[in-house]
Write a protein that binds this ligand. Structure first.
Ligand code: MG
Length: 388
């Protein structure tokens, strides 16, 4: 068994929306297909994945460095010992051959797209959903295939108004979501507080509403917001300052009692180790949002979870960034706290397939083989266009 081809296409994200720092209208994603020499029903079994949401496609790194390395590796070195599956960690190692340690930037999401496609491929070889393949690999049994889910939205739209924000959250509620997240830090403090109060009017309770500053605040601004939102007892206060400024995070944690959330812009196990050692995070309270699709895939993500647990944190406080099918399967497989959803935005990658049940604050993957990306409207065509 061997890999015969690896293809990448860069797909633009739909939507003209912004958070505190970034306008997503220029964002792209790398959709990757890894084709095997296994033929079923006249077609090569092919794994498909992408490198999460919120950054950029990585066609250059993939085509110039990683894809040639994987294709040049001796085929048997990319298989598990029994030869029945591809070994995701070995494929990742091949993709990273000759790369120095440290400096986990865009290459981490480039590598993730290939690594995740291997999981999709293995699951299709097993003819089962990816959560089963992932869970089995890590010695876990899935007893509940639902994942708690919240709707992430509340961006700074060009036609921003409080009524628009309320209507947006109301629409999510009608889709079956019970918890929500909104952006802050893209408007003056008083305006943002009015936005949060408007959102609370729909959410009904602070424990159903989180706010995300996307790393924008310094200590002074972080604490100014903290003082205003503390009485609202929000679900969490996300990525308050620079994601790598662990000292800043520690200072905020010393003065803000509510849950903090961070980690979506940490791309390696070592970064997470530094986070839990130096950022003042509190077991049983704070939330971790590392995203396998931005950080070398599930191989590295599982190591991050091990670091959390070695430092007294519980994986049920891990809610990966990136609301899409791949992270849904990972959350179900690895017993995480849940995942996010971006209903209606970041298409065609955001959100879940039409057949995924959403209700009561949960979302459930289907039993389609792999991550089920071929079932998702808008994405199926992109996959089909990828030369298969
Ligand atoms: Mg965030």
């Amino acid at each position: 068994m061997r890999i015969t081809r690896i293809l990448e296409t860069t797909v633009p994200l739909a939507g003209n929306i912004a958070n505190a720092l970034v306008n997503f209208s220029e964002h792209t994603i790398s959709l990757v297909a890894v084709q095997s020499d296994v033929i079923r029903n006249g077609k090569a079994v092919t794994g498909v994945a992408f490198n999460s949401i919120g950054r950029f496609g990585q066609g250059g790194i993939l085509r110039e460095r990683m894809i040639p390395r994987v294709l040049a590796a001796a085929p048997q070195t990319l298989l598990t010992a029994d030869g029945k599956q591809f070994d995701a960690s070995q494929v990742l190692a091949a993709a990273l051959r000759n790369e120095k340690p440290g400096g986990h930037g865009d290459r981490a999401s480039a590598a993730a797209a290939i690594e995740l496609a291997i999981w999709d491929l293995n699951a299709k070889l097993n003819d089962e959903p990816a959560y089963q393949t992932i869970a089995r690999h890590y010695g876990r049994t899935v007893t509940d295939k639902r994942a708690a889910v919240y709707a992430a939205g509340g961006y700074y739209y060009p036609d921003a108004s409080l009524d628009r924000l309320k209507a947006e959250l109301k629409a999510y509620q009608e889709m079956g979501f019970e918890a929500f997240k909104m952006k802050i830090g893209g408007a003056p403090l008083a305006e943002d507080i009015a936005r949060i109060e408007a959102a609370l009017a729909i959410a009904g309770d602070g424990k159903r509403l989180s706010v995300d500053a996307n790393g924008r605040f310094d200590l002074e601004m972080a604490l100014a917001y903290a003082g205003e939102i503390a009485p609202m007892k929000l679900r969490w206060y996300e990525e308050v300052g620079d994601p790598l400024d662990y000292d800043l995070n520690r200072r905020i944690a010393e003065q803000y009692d509510g849950p903090l959330a961070t980690g979506e812009n940490l791309f390696s196990t070592q970064d997470v180790k530094n986070l839990v050692q130096f950022a003042g995070l509190r077991p049983g309270r704070d939330i971790f949002q590392m995203d396998a699709g931005l950080s070398y895939g599930i191989t590295e993500y599982a190591k991050m979870l091990a670091v959390l647990e070695a430092h007294g944190f519980d994986r049920r406080f891990a809610f990966p960034h990136g609301g899409h099918l791949i992270n849904l399967h990972i959350a179900v497989a690895l017993g995480l706290g849940g995942c996010e959803a971006y209903p209606g935005v970041f298409q065609p990658f955001g959100g879940y397939g039409e057949n995924c049940k959403i209700g009561g604050g949960y979302v459930e993957p289907t039993d389609a083989p792999g991550f089920g990306l071929e079932e998702k409207e808008g994405l199926a065509g992109k996959i089909a266009d990828l030369a298969f």
